[in-house]
Design a protein around this ligand. Structure first.
Ligand code: F6R
Length: 606
């Protein structure tokens, strides 16, 4: 969702701002804008549509200003348009700001401002902030820092804000609550951005701003305060990856690059987690939990991460007698789940910034449940909220369609489930599974060799309006994930069903040439799924069967056989095939792989 970049220092600001916005394009947006400031005036330029439209508008102009902010907007309040795009300014064009997040009480604040004769140019929730600041600055006579301390606590919802003023043309005021903001610095000046890839060409020294903090960026200094004005200590870190990790590196899309990065991402995620015959999740010892007393386990996440949770919950249900539940975060938060200190809640998120998941964490924390986060982004909001946080080490995932985050979540959840079960009943991890985990990177390299074959098979899908995925048990959540990948980037309507449920309704949709992608990898129930496939074939479907090398099948035209491994790990192999199907189908349809319509990478609104 919205991307922000800002710079103040000795260099011209515009090149950093624009390259940074480009790096943040993956977050999803529908308009873009910049503000550059010096002591004479604010230069503001905005354009709806792609960033390239803004670049075209700016081309041929020279902007020597050394301070400014930029923004890509993903519309929430008000249509994508030039008027609604950021930056937003006060009437006098002396205060300008960009915002990522949602101000939930903007209507009541707007009423208050209307009574004070403020006029609104846009339909956004953001515009109220600039007028509230104007009111404090000009009518109450406060300086900008004090104005912020007054205004920020009044805003409900989430925000990452960057504010520039004509009176302090080399200063950027930055504030954060529940939307990401990273600061950076080098010998030329100080930077801020919604995500580290925007900063990496300029600096590796970064600091994620924390919730309820204000940072003041000047040419050669950064100060950080709480919303109450108290000074905060600064925790600078080296960015955990280099610039190469955030570039396409010769691939035609980030998605394809990230599909191919999975062997390495899994290897990194498992580093230090496996011994000869056990898993190592020592962080569990830091949880204040009597394992024998544990009553319930909840897995909670959104989208792809939720699909990873479904697999982990199934694995845990098979291994323990505990009550295990799995919820999309948006349902969990309003579903009044039973929570107390005998509950363990496991939250999974690539970005660590997803609004629904964060709200779900808060609910669990308030109820004193024990909480574990599985997160990919170091220092993200969620990583700081849970009792313990385990990191997937997938590196930056730029593609909107999640790939390597999912497989790394699957393997880390697998280790976590085994480690929890051991603490509950002393059961040792299965040696065979440990060996398989160790071998997964090599196995995935082998699965990636199907790429050419899948490219050919994808022709079966590319002219279709609907595709159906079916599977049973562990094959079902991965079928859900495969169907999500296909619809996200190829815009083909795709649904996933339990194979046994097909005849209870969905089979009415099967007609001549309908494509059914069937996943049947578990020996003891494959025959059942294959019967369901026959039922669709009898109605004229075209079937692509994903199965394992120990299952005998006959008479199928399109079959992909994967190496048999423990059922809980099979989704890691299967999804590589389904990711490639989605990718090749979308390429054939001419879709923009890395910028799927209407989608944002990090969903920071409810
Ligand atoms: C799908 C996808 C989304 C995310 C979901 C949660 O490809 O990327 O469904 O999985 O928005 O995001 P995180 O994991 O960042 O919480």
């Amino acid at each position: 969702m919205c991307g922000i970049t800002g710079y103040t220092g000795k260099m011209e600001a515009l090149p950093f701002i624009m390259q940074g916005l480009e790096k943040l394009e993956y977050r999803g947006y529908d308009s873009a804008g910049v503000t550059l400031v010096d002591d004479k005036k604010m230069f503001i330029c905005k354009e709806s549509g792609r960033l390239s439209a803004l670049s075209t508008k700016l081309s041929g102009q020279h902007h020597p200003q050394t301070c400014g902010v930029g923004h890509t907007r993903w519309a929430t309040h008000g249509i994508p348009s030039q008027l609604n795009s950021h930056p937003h300014s006060n009437q006098a064009k002396t205060i300008c700001l960009v915002h990522n997040g949602i101000i939930e009480n903007y209507l009541s604040l707007k009423q208050e401002l209307l009574k004070k004769d403020y006029h609104f140019r846009s339909q956004t929730d953001t515009e109220i902030i600039v007028h509230l600041l104007d009111d404090q600055y000009y009518h109450e006579g406060l300086n900008m820092f004090d104005a912020l301390k007054k205004v920020l606590p009044r805003l409900s919802g989430s925000f990452a804000l960057c504010i520039v003023t004509k009176d302090e043309p080399d200063t950027i005021y930055v504030a954060k609550k529940e939307s990401p903001m990273i600061l950076g610095r080098n010998s030329s000046g100080c930077f801020c951005a919604s995500d580290a890839p925007a900063l990496l060409p300029y600096t590796k020294k970064i600091m994620p701003l924390k919730d309820n903090e204000i940072a003041i960026l000047r040419k050669d200094s950064i100060e950080v305060f709480g919303f109450d004005g108290s000074e905060k200590t600064q925790e600078w870190i080296d960015a955990p990856y280099d610039i190469k990790a955030a570039q396409r590196d010769g691939y035609d899309s980030f998605m394809l690059k990230e599909i191919y990065e999975q062997p390495r991402a899994i290897k990194e995620t498992l580093r230090g987690r496996l011994t000869e015959d056990d898993v190592v999740v020592d962080e569990l010892d830091e949880l204040d939990l009597d394992w024998k007393d544990l009553k319930r386990v909840y897995f909670v996440a959104c989208g792809t991460a939720y699909h990873a949770c479904l697999s982990a919950a199934m694995q845990m249900q098979h291994l323990t007698s505990l009550n295990v539940y799995c919820f999309p975060a948006s349902e969990f938060r309003y579903g009044e789940p039973y929570l107390d200190k005998k509950c363990l809640c496991i939250f999974v998120s690539q970005s660590g910034e997803t609004a629904d998941t964060i709200a779900a964490v808060k609910l669990a924390v308030q109820a004193k449940a024990r909480t574990i986060g599985i997160v990919n982004v170091l220092g993200s909001s969620m990583s700081r909220m849970t009792d313990i946080c385990l990191y997937t080490c997938a590196g930056p995932e730029i593609s909107v369609a999640s790939t390597k985050a999912y497989t790394t979540q699957l393997v880390l959840l697998n280790c976590l489930v085994l480690a929890i079960c051991k603490r509950i009943d002393g059961s040792k991890a299965d040696r065979k599974m440990i060996a398989e985990l160790k071998n997964l990177p090599d196995l995935i390299r082998d699965v990636l060799k199907y790429d050419e074959q899948i490219k050919k098979l994808a022709k079966l899908l590319s002219d279709k309006n609907d595709v159906y995925f079916i599977g049973r048990q562990h094959d079902y959540p991965v079928a859900l994930e495969g169907s999500l990948k296909l619809k996200e980037i190829s815009y083909i309507h795709a649904d996933a069903y339990y194979a046994g449920e097909l005849k209870h309704g969905p089979i009415a949709l099967i007609e001549k040439d309908t494509v059914v992608i069937a996943v049947a990898t578990e020996a003891k129930i494959a025959a059942k799924t294959i019967s369901n496939i026959q039922e669709t074939l009898a109605r004229g479907s075209k079937v692509i069967l994903l199965t394992s090398d120990q299952i005998e099948t006959e008479g199928f035209e399109h079959v992909i056989r994967l190496k048999t491994i423990s059922q809980a790990l099979m989704p890691v192999e299967i999804i590589i095939i389904l990711q490639l199907f989605a990718y090749h189908t979308a390429v054939m349809k001419g879709c923009d792989i890395d910028k799927p319509r209407n989608l944002a990478k990090s969903v920071t609104v409810e």
